[in-house]
Design a protein around this ligand. Structure first.
Ligand SMILES: Nc1ncnc2c1ncn2[C@@H]1O[C@H](COP(=O)(O)OP(=O)(O)OP(=O)(O)O)[C@@H](O)[C@H]1O
Ligand SMILES: [Mg+2]
Length: 363
């Protein structure tokens, strides 16, 4: 999938902009606060119908304006054209149109324009709680598997109901019904998470080795209570405890993914550059799996390319993403000369946009 033309009106600090993009690498350079990440975020809106940051749609409207419009003309890998328009106004909220037709549900759009983002904010995946890692894996699997998303919604709704029930004095029968419903949804979630993480593991290790010239080795491992027994058994075992605590203390809502470097936790023992390299390897593995199971090559967004990485690792990264498997790429950096030099050394073809105060100049 290639984004051919991007038009933006009143989105963050961008007043009005039209960009004709390259099918290969697109670079956005400019000072801090110029609007480089905002352009990537506009691209993210077209794919996911929301910002890549945890902000509301209203916060993305240019100060003092009533709404924003992001309009993208795409070319699919089979050369068919596709137009996606995402608009938001204070009065009518958000709308998303594909080829002029409005979606009934925004979630129907997710997965149609696959995207993978590497950004400085990803460090939360390593430093924050397990919830952050579950959110990541949920988002990733949901992009390609509607059944997973439905199981997740069912699981969360049932979990809420069961917790409510535990606060009253529930009958044995009622609890058994909820336990069965929960266990059924958990089975799908557990199976898909196990498969996905097992498929990611070798790819993450391989990409990391290429980035780091095999200086150190890393690993990732899925951890779930369901690895020891079925959820129905676990719920029975923990029933007394759940009554006392008034919440459900076992289940896939407590899953985690362990990241390690040379057998030690990455969070505690990985340097900033090693952590960043791990996150890139993780995202490239995600890209590879998305490309394999979908019809379209995803777009790859690399925000703040040099953030915490040394020149050698950036060069390896550019070499990797310049390969056959990758499609259109968006890169931001604040140092034009550094970026041009590194891309030049990698022999990559690219289009450069200089961003200043929310405006782009093609050079
Ligand atoms: N709703 C908004 N209306 C107007 N301006 C906004 C809005 N939201 C953010 N901005 C402005 O956008 C700018 C930040 O843009 P962006 O994050 O894209 O910068 P950047 O070029 O990526 O910078 P850096 O190199 O620091 O990452 C800031 O000046 C900020 O004030
Ligand atoms: Mg930025």
């Amino acid at each position: 999938m290639i984004l051919d033309k991007l038009s933006i009106i009143n989105f963050k600090n961008i007043c009005e902009e039209q960009l004709h993009l390259s099918r290969g690498i697109n670079c956005f350079v400019g000072d801090n606060g110029a609007g480089k990440t905002n352009i990537l975020d506009a691209v993210h809106y077209l794919s996911m119908a929301r910002s890549m940051h945890t902000i509301t749609d209203l916060q993305s409207v240019r100060h003092g304006e009533d709404g924003f419009i992001i309009d993208g003309r795409f070319v699919r890998d089979d050369q068919r054209a596709e137009q996606i328009v995402c608009g938001y106004t204070r009065r009518s909220g958000k709308t998303l149109k594909r080829n002029g037709k409005e979606y009934d549900k925004l979630s129907d759009h997710v997965g149609g324009i696959p995207i993978v983002v590497v950004s400085p904010g990803d460090t939360a995946l390593i430093s924050d709680s397990a919830e952050e890692r579950r959110r990541y894996i949920n988002r990733f699997i949901s992009q390609t598997d509607r059944g997973y998303l439905n199981a997740l919604i069912r699981y969360n709704n049932t979990l809420q109901e069961r917790n409510k029930l535990l606060k009253s004095s529930p009958s044995e029968e009622m609890l058994l019904i909820y336990d069965a419903m929960l266990a059924q949804a958990a089975e799908t979630i557990f199976a898909r998470r196990s498969e996905t993480i097992a498929a990611m593991q070798p790819l993450v290790e391989q990409y990391y080795a290429e980035l780091a010239e095999e200086r150190e080795s890393i690993a990732m491992e899925y951890r779930s209570e369901l690895q020891s027994a079925s959820l129905q058994e676990l719920l029975l075992q923990s029933r007394q405890r759940d009554f006392v605590n008034e919440f459900t203390s076992v289940g896939v809502h407590r899953d985690d993914i362990l990241f390690s470097i040379g057998d030690y936790p990455l969070r505690k023992f990985g340097s900033q550059g090693q952590q960043k390299s791990f996150l890139i390897a993780l995202k490239l593995a995600e890209y590879t799996l998305l490309a394999k199971c979908g019809e379209e090559k995803p777009m790859l967004l690399l925000d703040d390319l040099f953030d915490k990485l040394d020149m050698r690792r950036v060069a390896h990264l550019l070499h990797l993403v310049g390969g056959e498997m990758f499609g259109q790429i968006f890169i931001t950096d604040c140092n034009k000369h550094r970026l041009e030099r590194t891309l030049g050394e990698a022999g990559a073809e690219y289009k450069l946009f200089t961003i200043s105060d929310g405006k782009a100049v093609t050079l």
